[in-house]
Design a binder for this molecule. Sequence first.
Ligand code: URP
Ligand code: ZN
Ligand code: ZN
Length: 458
Amino acid sequence: MSTLIKNGRVITAVDDYLGDILIEGETVSLIGKKLEVRADKVIDASNKLVIPGGIDPHTHMELPFGGTSSSDDFKTGTIAAAHGGTTTIIDFAVQYKGESLIQAIDHWHQKAEGKPAIDYGFHLIMTDLPDERLEEMKRLIQEDGVVSFKLFMAYPGVFLVDDGTIFRAMSKAGEHGGLICMHAENGVVIDVLVKQALAEGKRAPKYHALTRPTKAEAEGTGRAIAIAEMAGVPVYIVHLSCHDALQKVRQARDLGLPAYAETCPQYLFLDYTYYEQPGFEGAKYVMTPPLRDRSNQDDLWKGLRMDDLQVISTDHCPFCFKEQKELGKDDFSKIPNGGPGVEHRMSLIYDGGVAAGRIDLNRFVELTSTAAAKIFGLFPKKGTIAVGSDADIVIFDPNREETISAKSHHMNVDYSAYEGWKVKGVAETVFSRGKIVVERGQYIGRAGDGRFLKRHPM
Ligand code: URP
Ligand code: ZN
Ligand code: ZN
C-alpha cells in the first residue's frame, strides 16, 4: 500500500517547507516537491501541517494505584492517543516487591497483548533492587529494548527507594547505556505533612497540594541530579511542575551536566485554584506533583523555549470521578493520584504554545515528538519525517477549532480536566507506520496493530 501526501507544510524539529511525501508500506520512501509518482491513495494536505506523530513518553495504562486501577487500558488509551495525533507511547511497567525485573516486564507485555492501537514501549518502575536483580538491567537494556527506568523519591511504603538504591541503579544503568527517570519529590517530608494535615482535620482535596510544597520537589530534583553527578550518568526528571525544581535543572545544565526534564500540559495551563472549587470537584485535579500557583507557568514556558525542559509528556493516569476519585471523599490522601491527558496534548500545546506565540512550530514538534525519540532511543525511526523513518505522520489542521469535553473525548474516563476549553489546531488524519488510523476525526485503525518498540541504549 502506498500513499502520497501532497502540498502539505512539512514541519520537523528543523525543517519547514511545502512538499509531498510518499509512504510505501510502513515507511517514508520519498520526499520532494510536486512529486509525479503513482500511489494507491493521494491525500491533498493543502493548508495543513504535516508533522511527525506525537510521542508521549509518560503514560500509565491500567496502572494499579491508590487502591484501584487507572481507567484506560492499552486499547482505550491508545485509541484516544491516536485521535489526538500521538502515535507512540512509552508506558510505565511496575516491578512489585519480590518480583524480578524480567517478570515485571513480562507482566506488562501480557497486559498490553493484543490491545495497543499505536506503537508502544515500556519504561520499568523499579521498587526492589538487591544486587542480583540489579544485574537484570543489563539484559533489559541490551536485549529486551527496555532502556529506561523510573525510580521514586516519593510514596514511602509503595514506590519510594532510598538514595543508596538510586545511586546503585543509576550506576548500573550508566554502565549499559540505560537512563533513570526520577519522580523527584521528598516523599518522607511530604508524608509527615500529610499526617499533620489529617490530624488537624484537613481532609479536602486542596490539602493534597498544600502538603506537597514546591520545595519538596526542588529538593528531590536537586538530590536526583547530585546523585546522578556522583554516579557520572545522565538523569531525566519526570513531570516537573514548578519554578523551584526547574531552577535545579537549569543550574545543572548551566554547569554542563546531562540533566533532562519534562513537564506536562496540566502544569502549563491549570493551577492551584482548581482545588478550591466547591465540593469534591478539586479531586479531579489530584495528581502528583500537584497543580501549582499560576506564577510558575511563565517560567516553565521559558524553560521549554531555552531547552532547560526538553519534553512535554502527559503523565496520563486517569481515574473516574465516580467511584474512583470518590475513594478519597473524606480523606484527600486516599484520592487516587493522576489525571487524564493523552488525547489533547498536541492540540493544547499547539493552541497554548504555537498559536499563543510562546513557541515556534519546530519547537512544537521537538517538544511533542523529536526530543523524546532522541532521549528514549527511538530516533530516527520515530520523531521525524525523513526517508526511511516510520510513516508515523499527522496531517494537522492549524485552523480547525474543537471544544474539549468528556462527552466527546475517547479516553475511558468520566470527566475532562479541560471541560469546555476551545482549542485551535486539531489532528485530522493520523498515520501509524503507514496505515491511516484516524481519518477526519474517525478512528479506522485496529486495536492490536500497535507494535512493541525495542528501544536502543543511549
Ligand atoms: O499523580 C500521578 N502523577 N500519578 C501517576 C504516578 C506518577 O507519579 O507518575
Ligand atoms: Zn511520578
Ligand atoms: Zn506518571
